[in-house]
Design a protein around this ligand. Sequence first.
Ligand SMILES: [Zn+2]
Length: 312
Amino acid sequence: MDVQIENVMPDGFRLERQLNVMHGMYNGIVVLVIPERERNQYQVQLHVKVENSLAKQQFLDYLGALRQIYSCVVYAGYNGMDTVSLSIQSEEQKDKDNLDEVISSVTAKCTQYGLHSCCTYCKSVETLNTASVDGVPVLLCQNCLTRTMSEANEQAHKKENIPLGILGAAIGVLLGAVLWVIIGQVGFIAGIAGYVIVLCGMKGYQMLGKGMSKAGVVICVFLSALVIIGAEYVSLGLIVYKELKDVSLYSVSMGDAFGMVPMLLEEPEVIGGVVKDLAVGYILAVWASFSLVRSQWKLAGQEAKTKTVVRF
Ligand SMILES: [Zn+2]
């Protein structure tokens, strides 16, 4: 496309150079034109309320026939919601006339069939604004524009608070650890509790940290792995306490029992059993929480891309 975009602009249109879009109004219909240099084409976009119109089929038939009427039109279609798209092949010096002709014909048809410009999001026809959302030109009513802008604003200001997130995760994993200890007392290997630990950790992180980045996911997994060791230690201490209480003539405190755990762990039999329990527990925990961690990881990647809204 060698021609200057300014020279092909239909009369009364404005060019938003930064956003690479021309916009204006023909026959009361808002028209967006996006030059596509690589394909040597212009994308013409109309957001019109076609659904529920009695003339819908006639209008679609007209669109279907456009390519036969104008040789420069290489595509004319409707997305089934509100968007009419035309691709117009650049013919250099003839572009301005071609655009003028096609746009006035299509918009005249819209007027003839009583189709009005409408909001891309909610199809309202009241007070429409042109805007670019994440680089895509759209037509938005006042409500949708305000909402989209405040969403983008919120997202930009919503920064996760990592220290609070860590605090939340710590509380979460400790709650989960209680379940690990309880299941351990019943004599099961508490692998499924590993899942609960990871889940509670992540929920805690999100609640207090107000977000979840990839760093947050790593922190939660790390804290979960750590607290599982702690939970196993507590499990062992409780078992020792119960055993001693049954056989001992003296009163044994909980503290005494926990104090004996390191000594016990020096016994090859005990440490072997604990390592085996932990290994199986970890494998089960990883197996149970794998898809949870993976989905959080993916989500964290998406949230990093913040929405941009530019009104033009
Ligand atoms: Zn709207």
